[in-house]
Structure formats: structure tokens, C-alpha cells
Design a protein around this ligand. Sequence first.
Ligand code: GLP
Length: 272
Amino acid sequence: MNRHLTNIVYEKFPCQVKVWNDSSNLIESLVDVLESRLRLRLTEVAPKPLGLATGRTMQPIYMSLVLRLQSWSLIDLDRLLEGWCSFNLDEYVGLKCDDIRSYASYMSSCLGKPLRLAPSKMRIPDGFSTEPQKEATLYAEQLKSLGGIGIQLLGLGENGHLGFNEPPCSPDTTCRVVSLAASTRKQNAFSFRNNLQLVPASAITLGLKEILSADEIHLVVTGANKADILFSLLHDSASDKLPASWLRRHKNLFLWVDYNALSKMIAISSSS
Ligand code: GLP
């Protein structure tokens, strides 16, 4: 971990900053933390649900987490899976859960199948519901009845969204149906054969309120495509214009970043 860069980032965005030279070191260190939190769950009577995210950033994290969990003793792993309860952030409206492009399919291939997790233990909003807003309300109620999120994993959209909370977005928003920004549909078109027409226009997402209520949040920002938005996140004060900026209010936030994502900040601070 780079202490010098960690301090620079911390001055701009005070939280538990973790700066890594490359994403594989970052992933291993993050998985160390996740593994220790999951071990702790074995000792808790009613651990709160895990908050899970999708996107390309999360894929190698889940891959590494699966390997780590598969090295546990069968007894511990069985207990972990038995007590598993996770809530995903979001889902596209209009896709069936077995549609390969849905986040339900993503979660099933990244975690569900490799860990043999019962689908009922991994909650994801039903994007194919005939009444998506009702589904969003129900999803929020289910989460609330289980005490809200314990540990929340987050990626960062290139426009600063969290989940699918597109800008502008206030910290009081709750689980709802949202229209997707044109830039988000473009960012995610890779899952739809790069055909923008096929990318759903709306989604169900947990709101910033539910996300910010998590006990512990891990925001992971990797890759040069995130350099611009990470620069804004580190330099701008909290506002609706940048949904992720509301994370500044959170008391237990971990910010995991690699050099590529920090490249704009590094370039500007070394030229000044
Ligand atoms: C997607 C998801 C977010 C995800 C983000 C980053 O649109 N809805 O939950 O964190 O955008 O995605 P990626 O990791 O592919 O850059």
C-alpha cells in the first residue's frame, strides 16, 4: 500500500483510504477484509444482510472471494452459506432473472453457482415484475425488516452513480424505479452486444438512504476509465450532482483505489 498517496487522498476525502499500485494487490487485501468480516458472521446471532454490487469491478473480487471461501473447512463454509443473506443494489427493469444480461444471472455465475448458494439467500429485485415500483417498495421493506445492510460493497459509475442512483440524486432517496442516464446505458452496453437499443431504459435500485445506512461501506474504484470521476469525487464537496459524494457523510467508509484510477490526481498533483 502506498502511504504517501494514501495521505494525499485522505486529506481530500477523509475515510479509511487504501491505495494500491495495481488492482490484484487491492483485490487480495480487500478479500482479506471481507473474509475476516464473514468469519465474524459465524459468531453473530443474527448478522445483518450483506450488500452486494455488480459491474466489472466486482467480478475479480467475487472470483477471489470464492477461492478464499472454498479453502475454508466444510463445516465453516456450510455454516456461512446456511446463514447467508445478501441484498443486491439493483436490477434492470424488463429482464427475467434467467436472462444472461440480468444482474441476477451475473450474481448466480459469480457467487451463487460456485458457492452453491441457494438463490433464495441472494436477494435481487425482480426486474421482470409487472409492477416494478411495487417490487421496489417490497424489496426495501424486506431489507428494513432484516435490520438494513451490514457490510456494503460498492463500485462507482463513470458519472458518479452508486447502484443506479443517477445524478442528480439526494441522500434521502429510497428504493425505487429510476430512468438510466444515457452515459450509464453506454457504459453498460457491453453486456448487450454493444447495442444501445437493447440496454433497458430503467432499473430498480436501492436508494442512497438505504446505502448510506449500511454499517460499513467498501467503495472500490479501479481502472483508468474511473480517473475523471474519482478526481471529482476527491475534490468536490457533497452534492446531488455527484451521488457518490454523499459517502463523505458516512462514518465507516473504506475507499479502495488503484494507481490507474488515481492517474488524473497523480498527474495534476505532480505538475503543480
Ligand atoms: C453499474 C452498476 C453499479 C456499478 C457501476 C460500476 O451501472 N449499476 O452498481 O457499481 O455501474 O460498474 P463497473 O464496475 O462495470 O465500472
